[in-house]
Ligand binder design. Structure first.
Ligand SMILES: [Zn+2]
Length: 302
């Protein structure tokens, strides 16, 4: 495979039906890496190509990245463990506070949609569910699967097709301090195994990734929704779900929702993340500014 040296990965995606058929593979979702000369690489489960395989890797920071058979996507993820049924009064406060901060996202130009990336978020007494908007209208860029760079923060909305560049950013909105605008791809800072590392939350033309679904009573996700495995974790006696945001703009809404949830639900939930506490600072600032709490938020110890 030495002919591949120097080639660049330009796309990370699932194999198409046709590609699977050409290999005689069926059933499973298999990852495909597309190189800049059009070559395609996909993992096989053995040397005879008897089926698709799984790909593993590690980032320079030592984070394991992987792509399971069965269609689970890789990417920057937040994890939630919850009691099966959450306290009704506490959950009502979570819903009420999340409603209060919704206008902030609209004001900042972060497009939120329902769990499947279309329509409107569902914010009701039994459930908060949303995603970024799939057809967001932002410039299409090939960023692969995105991950925050060290020190990443804010939201970059400068790459909007046919719209004037905004003159302020999230930090400006919240603090009144003018930030320097990102131009072109200056929101991109190098790459990790599967795509670009970002200096700020941004998208490559699709603001949706995985659904964020927080329900008062835990149950299976919507058919077709893509949170990773939702199951009871016997170690914690809690129910597990997660949301891969790939550090797209709605990541800010996801971490804010979890900060609010932790504030009101306390020990009823545990919140973990691929990011460190420093990656949650924007959510802390937002909640503190809008709701009067948030500065004290810390991720639960693993
Ligand atoms: Zn977008």
């Amino acid at each position: 495979m030495s002919e591949l040296i120097g080639k660049k990965i330009v796309e990370v995606r699932d194999m198409t039906e046709e590609e699977l058929k050409a290999e005689g593979w069926d059933g499973d979702t298999v990852m495909c890496l597309v190189l800049d000369d059009g070559s395609k690489l996909y993992p096989s489960r053995d040397e005879e190509g008897n089926g698709g395989g799984a790909l593993f890797g590690v980032t320079p920071e030592g984070k394991t990245v992987y792509h399971y058979l069965g269609g689970e996507k890789m990417g920057y993820t937040h994890y939630l463990y919850q009691q099966k049924t959450l306290n009704k009064e506490n959950f009502a406060k979570v819903v009420e506070d999340f409603k209060k901060i919704m206008p902030v996202f609209e004001h900042m130009g972060i497009p939120l949609a329902s769990w499947n990336g279309e329509g409107k978020p569902e914010i009701k007494a039994t459930e908060i569910s949303f995603n970024g908007l799939e057809k967001c209208g932002h410039e299409e860029r090939n960023l692969g699967i995105t991950w925050p760079a060290k020190g990443a923060k804010g939201v970059n909305m400068v790459c909007k097709v046919n719209k004037p560049e905004p003159t302020d950013t999230m930090v400006t909105q919240l603090t009144g301090v003018q930030e320097e605008l990102s131009v072109n791809d200056s929101d991109v800072d190098g790459t990790w195994f599967a795509g670009c590392k970002l200096n700020s939350r941004t998208c490559g033309g699709d603001c949706s990734h995985e659904s964020f679904i927080l329900r008062r009573t835990f149950k299976k996700p919507y058919p077709g929704a893509t949170p990773c495995d939702r199951k009871e974790d016997p170690e914690f006696s809690k129910w597990f779900s997660c949301c891969k945001t790939a550090y797209k703009p709605y990541d800010l809404a996801v971490i804010s929702a979890l900060i609010i949830a932790k504030h009101h639900l306390g020990k009823e939930i545990c919140v973990h993340s691929d990011g460190g506490n420093e990656d949650w600072e924007d959510g802390r600032i937002l909640c503190q500014k809008m709701l009067g709490y948030g500065n004290d938020f810390k991720l639960d110890e693993e």
